[in-house]
Design a protein around this ligand. Structure first.
Ligand SMILES: NC(=O)c1ccc[n+]([C@@H]2O[C@H](COP(=O)([O-])OP(=O)(O)OC[C@H]3O[C@@H](n4cnc5c(N)ncnc54)[C@H](O)[C@@H]3O)[C@@H](O)[C@H]2O)c1
Length: 336
Protein backbone atom coordinates (compact mmCIF):
# COMPACT_ATOMS: atom_id res chain seq x y z
CA UNK A 1 0.00 0.00 0.00
CA UNK A 2 1.31 3.46 -0.90
CA UNK A 3 2.22 5.75 2.05
CA UNK A 4 0.34 9.02 2.55
CA UNK A 5 2.30 12.07 1.34
CA UNK A 6 4.18 13.91 4.08
CA UNK A 7 2.32 17.15 4.85
CA UNK A 8 4.74 20.07 5.09
CA UNK A 9 4.79 23.79 5.77
CA UNK A 10 7.17 25.92 3.71
CA UNK A 11 8.71 28.62 5.91
CA UNK A 12 10.10 31.62 4.00
CA UNK A 13 8.64 32.13 0.54
CA UNK A 14 11.48 34.07 -1.08
CA UNK A 15 13.68 32.84 -3.94
CA UNK A 16 14.30 29.34 -2.62
CA UNK A 17 10.96 28.75 -0.89
CA UNK A 18 9.27 29.38 -4.24
CA UNK A 19 11.73 27.09 -6.02
CA UNK A 20 10.89 24.31 -3.56
CA UNK A 21 7.15 24.90 -3.96
CA UNK A 22 7.49 24.51 -7.72
CA UNK A 23 9.50 21.25 -7.58
CA UNK A 24 7.15 19.79 -4.97
CA UNK A 25 4.27 20.22 -7.41
CA UNK A 26 5.78 17.27 -9.29
CA UNK A 27 5.77 14.81 -6.36
CA UNK A 28 2.26 15.01 -4.85
CA UNK A 29 2.36 11.35 -3.76
CA UNK A 30 5.47 11.95 -1.65
CA UNK A 31 5.06 15.47 -0.22
CA UNK A 32 2.14 17.85 0.00
CA UNK A 33 2.64 21.52 0.87
CA UNK A 34 -0.34 22.36 3.09
CA UNK A 35 0.82 25.67 4.54
CA UNK A 36 3.28 28.49 3.92
CA UNK A 37 4.68 31.14 6.21
CA UNK A 38 5.98 34.43 4.85
CA UNK A 39 6.11 37.80 6.69
CA UNK A 40 5.71 39.58 3.36
CA UNK A 41 2.30 37.98 2.80
CA UNK A 42 1.24 40.14 -0.13
CA UNK A 43 4.27 39.00 -2.20
CA UNK A 44 3.06 35.39 -2.35
CA UNK A 45 -0.69 35.58 -1.65
CA UNK A 46 -1.68 34.89 -5.25
CA UNK A 47 0.92 32.12 -5.68
CA UNK A 48 -0.20 30.28 -2.54
CA UNK A 49 -3.89 30.72 -3.39
CA UNK A 50 -3.25 29.23 -6.84
CA UNK A 51 -1.78 26.13 -5.18
CA UNK A 52 -4.45 25.88 -2.45
CA UNK A 53 -1.77 26.47 0.20
CA UNK A 54 -2.81 28.29 3.39
CA UNK A 55 -0.58 31.32 3.97
CA UNK A 56 0.09 33.31 7.14
CA UNK A 57 2.88 35.57 8.41
CA UNK A 58 3.54 33.80 11.69
CA UNK A 59 5.72 30.67 12.07
CA UNK A 60 3.70 29.72 15.18
CA UNK A 61 0.69 29.06 12.90
CA UNK A 62 2.57 26.26 11.14
CA UNK A 63 3.88 24.84 14.39
CA UNK A 64 0.43 24.68 15.98
CA UNK A 65 -1.24 23.17 12.89
CA UNK A 66 -1.78 19.46 13.65
CA UNK A 67 -1.88 18.51 9.98
CA UNK A 68 1.71 19.81 9.46
CA UNK A 69 4.18 16.94 9.95
CA UNK A 70 7.35 18.77 8.89
CA UNK A 71 8.64 22.27 8.26
CA UNK A 72 10.96 23.27 5.43
CA UNK A 73 13.04 26.29 6.45
CA UNK A 74 14.02 28.62 3.60
CA UNK A 75 14.72 31.60 5.81
CA UNK A 76 17.71 33.88 6.56
CA UNK A 77 20.67 31.94 7.97
CA UNK A 78 20.84 33.35 11.48
CA UNK A 79 17.20 32.31 12.08
CA UNK A 80 17.73 28.60 11.36
CA UNK A 81 18.89 27.48 14.78
CA UNK A 82 15.98 28.96 16.76
CA UNK A 83 13.47 27.86 14.11
CA UNK A 84 14.76 24.28 14.31
CA UNK A 85 14.46 24.32 18.11
CA UNK A 86 10.88 25.62 17.88
CA UNK A 87 9.96 22.96 15.31
CA UNK A 88 11.33 20.19 17.51
CA UNK A 89 9.39 21.51 20.51
CA UNK A 90 6.26 21.30 18.34
CA UNK A 91 7.15 17.73 17.26
CA UNK A 92 7.72 18.58 13.59
CA UNK A 93 10.42 17.04 11.38
CA UNK A 94 12.77 19.67 9.91
CA UNK A 95 14.29 20.23 6.51
CA UNK A 96 16.68 23.17 6.87
CA UNK A 97 18.19 25.12 4.03
CA UNK A 98 21.93 25.58 4.25
CA UNK A 99 23.76 26.42 6.39
CA UNK A 100 22.34 24.37 9.26
CA UNK A 101 23.89 26.82 11.74
CA UNK A 102 26.69 29.37 11.83
CA UNK A 103 28.66 27.70 14.63
CA UNK A 104 29.65 24.13 15.39
CA UNK A 105 27.90 24.39 18.77
CA UNK A 106 24.72 25.48 16.98
CA UNK A 107 24.91 22.52 14.59
CA UNK A 108 25.47 20.13 17.49
CA UNK A 109 22.43 21.52 19.31
CA UNK A 110 20.22 21.19 16.22
CA UNK A 111 21.34 17.63 15.53
CA UNK A 112 20.95 16.58 19.18
CA UNK A 113 17.47 18.09 19.48
CA UNK A 114 16.20 16.23 16.41
CA UNK A 115 17.88 12.97 17.35
CA UNK A 116 16.56 13.01 20.93
CA UNK A 117 13.02 13.77 19.69
CA UNK A 118 13.20 11.03 17.03
CA UNK A 119 12.66 13.60 14.25
CA UNK A 120 14.29 13.60 10.81
CA UNK A 121 16.66 16.48 10.03
CA UNK A 122 17.00 17.10 6.29
CA UNK A 123 19.49 19.53 4.81
CA UNK A 124 19.51 21.64 1.64
CA UNK A 125 22.69 20.08 0.27
CA UNK A 126 20.99 18.99 -2.95
CA UNK A 127 24.28 18.79 -4.83
CA UNK A 128 24.62 15.27 -3.42
CA UNK A 129 21.57 14.36 -5.55
CA UNK A 130 23.07 15.67 -8.80
CA UNK A 131 23.55 12.44 -10.81
CA UNK A 132 27.27 12.99 -11.57
CA UNK A 133 27.99 13.87 -7.92
CA UNK A 134 26.03 10.80 -6.73
CA UNK A 135 28.05 8.69 -9.17
CA UNK A 136 31.30 10.27 -7.94
CA UNK A 137 30.41 9.54 -4.29
CA UNK A 138 29.57 5.90 -5.18
CA UNK A 139 32.89 5.52 -7.06
CA UNK A 140 34.81 7.08 -4.18
CA UNK A 141 33.10 4.78 -1.65
CA UNK A 142 33.83 1.72 -3.80
CA UNK A 143 37.53 2.67 -4.06
CA UNK A 144 37.38 3.12 -7.84
CA UNK A 145 39.30 6.42 -7.61
CA UNK A 146 41.81 5.05 -5.09
CA UNK A 147 42.79 7.19 -2.15
CA UNK A 148 41.45 10.70 -2.67
CA UNK A 149 44.26 13.23 -2.58
CA UNK A 150 42.79 16.56 -3.56
CA UNK A 151 39.60 18.45 -4.34
CA UNK A 152 39.31 21.64 -6.39
CA UNK A 153 35.93 23.29 -6.48
CA UNK A 154 34.40 26.61 -7.43
CA UNK A 155 30.74 27.69 -7.29
CA UNK A 156 30.18 31.27 -8.37
CA UNK A 157 27.40 33.47 -9.70
CA UNK A 158 26.63 37.16 -9.97
CA UNK A 159 22.95 37.02 -8.96
CA UNK A 160 23.49 39.06 -5.78
CA UNK A 161 25.08 42.08 -7.49
CA UNK A 162 21.65 43.61 -8.01
CA UNK A 163 20.41 43.08 -4.42
CA UNK A 164 19.80 46.08 -2.19
CA UNK A 165 22.91 46.48 -0.08
CA UNK A 166 20.79 46.09 3.07
CA UNK A 167 19.56 42.62 1.97
CA UNK A 168 20.19 40.00 4.68
CA UNK A 169 22.30 37.91 2.25
CA UNK A 170 24.94 40.67 2.23
CA UNK A 171 24.88 41.12 6.00
CA UNK A 172 27.70 39.93 8.29
CA UNK A 173 25.26 38.38 10.75
CA UNK A 174 23.95 35.94 8.12
CA UNK A 175 26.72 35.76 5.50
CA UNK A 176 30.07 36.82 6.91
CA UNK A 177 32.51 35.59 4.21
CA UNK A 178 31.49 36.62 0.68
CA UNK A 179 29.77 33.72 -1.09
CA UNK A 180 30.79 31.02 1.39
CA UNK A 181 27.30 30.65 2.94
CA UNK A 182 25.56 31.11 -0.42
CA UNK A 183 27.45 28.65 -2.62
CA UNK A 184 30.78 27.63 -1.05
CA UNK A 185 28.97 25.75 1.74
CA UNK A 186 27.81 23.12 -0.78
CA UNK A 187 31.47 22.51 -1.69
CA UNK A 188 32.47 22.28 1.98
CA UNK A 189 29.74 19.66 2.47
CA UNK A 190 30.94 17.57 -0.49
CA UNK A 191 34.58 17.89 0.60
CA UNK A 192 33.74 16.71 4.13
CA UNK A 193 31.63 13.88 2.68
CA UNK A 194 34.63 12.68 0.63
CA UNK A 195 37.61 13.46 2.88
CA UNK A 196 36.12 13.42 6.40
CA UNK A 197 36.54 16.01 9.15
CA UNK A 198 38.79 18.99 8.42
CA UNK A 199 41.83 19.84 10.55
CA UNK A 200 42.67 23.41 9.53
CA UNK A 201 41.77 26.07 6.99
CA UNK A 202 43.25 29.21 5.50
CA UNK A 203 40.62 31.52 4.04
CA UNK A 204 41.06 34.74 2.08
CA UNK A 205 37.99 36.88 1.45
CA UNK A 206 38.42 40.00 -0.70
CA UNK A 207 36.34 42.71 -2.34
CA UNK A 208 37.82 42.88 -5.83
CA UNK A 209 35.25 44.21 -8.28
CA UNK A 210 32.04 45.16 -6.47
CA UNK A 211 30.80 47.07 -3.44
CA UNK A 212 29.38 43.93 -1.77
CA UNK A 213 29.91 44.64 1.93
CA UNK A 214 31.15 41.16 2.97
CA UNK A 215 33.45 40.78 -0.04
CA UNK A 216 32.91 39.22 -3.45
CA UNK A 217 35.71 36.66 -3.75
CA UNK A 218 36.44 33.95 -1.21
CA UNK A 219 38.93 31.09 -1.28
CA UNK A 220 39.57 28.45 1.35
CA UNK A 221 42.46 25.99 1.45
CA UNK A 222 41.54 23.08 3.71
CA UNK A 223 43.67 20.34 5.27
CA UNK A 224 41.78 17.22 6.34
CA UNK A 225 42.45 15.29 9.53
CA UNK A 226 43.03 11.96 7.77
CA UNK A 227 45.08 13.47 4.92
CA UNK A 228 44.11 15.24 1.72
CA UNK A 229 43.41 18.85 0.86
CA UNK A 230 40.65 20.86 -0.77
CA UNK A 231 40.66 24.24 -2.47
CA UNK A 232 37.14 25.69 -2.35
CA UNK A 233 36.40 29.05 -3.92
CA UNK A 234 33.37 31.19 -4.74
CA UNK A 235 32.80 34.56 -6.33
CA UNK A 236 29.68 36.71 -6.15
CA UNK A 237 31.00 38.89 -8.95
CA UNK A 238 31.79 36.64 -11.87
CA UNK A 239 29.42 34.83 -14.24
CA UNK A 240 28.01 31.44 -13.21
CA UNK A 241 30.47 28.60 -12.88
CA UNK A 242 30.09 25.43 -10.86
CA UNK A 243 32.95 22.97 -10.96
CA UNK A 244 33.77 20.10 -8.62
CA UNK A 245 36.93 18.11 -9.30
CA UNK A 246 38.28 15.19 -7.30
CA UNK A 247 41.72 13.65 -7.80
CA UNK A 248 42.56 10.18 -6.48
CA UNK A 249 45.42 7.70 -6.75
CA UNK A 250 43.55 5.63 -9.40
CA UNK A 251 41.48 8.24 -11.15
CA UNK A 252 39.96 11.68 -11.24
CA UNK A 253 36.60 13.26 -12.08
CA UNK A 254 35.81 16.87 -13.04
CA UNK A 255 32.11 17.84 -12.97
CA UNK A 256 30.79 21.08 -14.44
CA UNK A 257 27.17 22.19 -14.12
CA UNK A 258 25.82 23.73 -17.31
CA UNK A 259 23.45 25.94 -15.29
CA UNK A 260 22.62 26.96 -11.73
CA UNK A 261 20.55 24.39 -9.80
CA UNK A 262 17.67 26.90 -9.89
CA UNK A 263 17.05 25.64 -13.45
CA UNK A 264 19.21 22.56 -14.04
CA UNK A 265 20.48 22.00 -17.57
CA UNK A 266 22.72 18.97 -17.16
CA UNK A 267 26.41 18.41 -16.58
CA UNK A 268 29.68 17.93 -18.45
CA UNK A 269 31.82 15.28 -16.79
CA UNK A 270 35.44 14.65 -17.69
CA UNK A 271 37.27 11.75 -16.05
CA UNK A 272 40.13 9.33 -16.30
CA UNK A 273 41.09 6.06 -14.62
CA UNK A 274 44.74 4.97 -14.46
CA UNK A 275 45.83 3.51 -17.81
CA UNK A 276 42.64 4.61 -19.61
CA UNK A 277 41.78 7.54 -21.83
CA UNK A 278 40.42 10.88 -20.65
CA UNK A 279 36.69 10.85 -21.45
CA UNK A 280 34.08 13.61 -21.51
CA UNK A 281 30.37 12.81 -21.29
CA UNK A 282 27.22 14.93 -21.09
CA UNK A 283 24.72 14.08 -18.37
CA UNK A 284 21.09 15.15 -19.00
CA UNK A 285 19.24 17.52 -16.64
CA UNK A 286 17.79 16.27 -13.36
CA UNK A 287 16.06 17.96 -10.41
CA UNK A 288 18.24 17.42 -7.32
CA UNK A 289 16.28 19.86 -5.14
CA UNK A 290 13.20 17.66 -5.59
CA UNK A 291 15.14 14.44 -5.07
CA UNK A 292 16.62 15.69 -1.79
CA UNK A 293 13.15 16.62 -0.49
CA UNK A 294 11.79 13.21 -1.53
CA UNK A 295 14.65 11.53 0.37
CA UNK A 296 13.61 13.58 3.43
CA UNK A 297 9.98 12.42 3.05
CA UNK A 298 11.05 8.79 2.61
CA UNK A 299 13.11 9.03 5.81
CA UNK A 300 10.06 10.39 7.68
CA UNK A 301 8.00 7.44 6.43
CA UNK A 302 10.79 5.05 7.48
CA UNK A 303 11.47 3.83 3.93
CA UNK A 304 15.22 4.49 4.20
CA UNK A 305 17.45 6.65 6.39
CA UNK A 306 18.22 10.19 5.29
CA UNK A 307 21.74 9.98 3.79
CA UNK A 308 23.35 13.14 5.21
CA UNK A 309 24.58 11.96 8.58
CA UNK A 310 24.84 13.88 11.85
CA UNK A 311 28.65 13.71 11.59
CA UNK A 312 28.60 15.23 8.11
CA UNK A 313 26.28 18.02 9.27
CA UNK A 314 28.39 18.90 12.30
CA UNK A 315 31.78 18.55 10.58
CA UNK A 316 30.69 20.82 7.72
CA UNK A 317 29.57 23.58 10.09
CA UNK A 318 32.73 23.18 12.20
CA UNK A 319 34.67 23.85 9.00
CA UNK A 320 32.40 26.77 8.06
CA UNK A 321 32.96 28.36 11.47
CA UNK A 322 36.76 28.03 11.06
CA UNK A 323 36.45 29.58 7.57
CA UNK A 324 34.79 32.63 9.16
CA UNK A 325 37.54 32.89 11.78
CA UNK A 326 40.31 32.57 9.18
CA UNK A 327 38.66 35.11 6.86
CA UNK A 328 38.86 37.60 9.73
CA UNK A 329 42.34 36.70 11.01
CA UNK A 330 44.04 36.04 7.68
CA UNK A 331 45.76 33.07 9.34
CA UNK A 332 45.56 29.30 9.17
CA UNK A 333 42.95 28.37 11.78
CA UNK A 334 42.23 25.01 13.43
CA UNK A 335 38.84 23.36 12.88
CA UNK A 336 37.24 22.51 16.23
N1 LIG B 1 20.08 24.90 -1.64
C1 LIG B 1 20.29 25.89 -2.47
O1 LIG B 1 20.84 25.71 -3.54
C2 LIG B 1 19.82 27.27 -2.10
C3 LIG B 1 19.71 28.28 -3.05
C4 LIG B 1 19.27 29.54 -2.64
C5 LIG B 1 18.98 29.78 -1.30
N2 LIG B 1 19.12 28.77 -0.41
C6 LIG B 1 18.85 28.99 1.03
O2 LIG B 1 17.47 29.27 1.21
C7 LIG B 1 17.32 30.12 2.33
C8 LIG B 1 16.55 31.37 1.90
O3 LIG B 1 17.30 32.03 0.91
P1 LIG B 1 16.60 32.88 -0.23
O4 LIG B 1 17.65 33.14 -1.24
O5 LIG B 1 15.33 32.24 -0.65
O6 LIG B 1 16.30 34.24 0.55
P2 LIG B 1 15.07 35.23 0.34
O7 LIG B 1 15.41 36.48 1.05
O8 LIG B 1 14.72 35.31 -1.11
O9 LIG B 1 13.89 34.48 1.09
C9 LIG B 1 13.85 34.36 2.49
C10 LIG B 1 12.42 34.60 2.90
O10 LIG B 1 12.28 34.36 4.29
C11 LIG B 1 11.33 35.30 4.77
N3 LIG B 1 11.46 35.43 6.22
C12 LIG B 1 12.23 36.27 6.94
N4 LIG B 1 12.05 36.07 8.25
C13 LIG B 1 11.16 35.06 8.37
C14 LIG B 1 10.57 34.39 9.48
N5 LIG B 1 10.89 34.71 10.73
N6 LIG B 1 9.69 33.40 9.23
C15 LIG B 1 9.37 33.05 7.96
N7 LIG B 1 9.90 33.66 6.88
C16 LIG B 1 10.78 34.64 7.08
C17 LIG B 1 11.67 36.57 4.03
O11 LIG B 1 10.61 37.51 4.04
C18 LIG B 1 11.98 36.06 2.65
O12 LIG B 1 10.84 36.05 1.80
C19 LIG B 1 18.74 30.41 2.84
O13 LIG B 1 19.05 29.49 3.85
C20 LIG B 1 19.60 30.16 1.63
O14 LIG B 1 20.94 29.81 1.94
C21 LIG B 1 19.51 27.53 -0.77
Amino acid sequence: MREEPVRVALIGMGWWGRKMLSVLDTVPHEIRVVRAVEPNVSAVRALCASRGVALTADYADALSDPQVEAVILATPHALHEAQIAAAVTAGKHVFCEKPLALTKAGAERAVALCREAGLVLGMGHERRWEPPIADLMAKADAGVLGRIHQIEANFSHDKFLTLNRDNWRLNAEHAPAGGMTATGIHLLDLSVRLLGPAESVWCICERLSSDLPQGDTVAAFIKFRHGGTAYVSASLANPFISRFAVFGARGWVDIRDKAHVEAPDGWIVTSAITGGPTRTVEVPPAEPVKDNLVAFARAIRGVEPYPITADHLINTIALLEAVFVSARSGKIEPVA
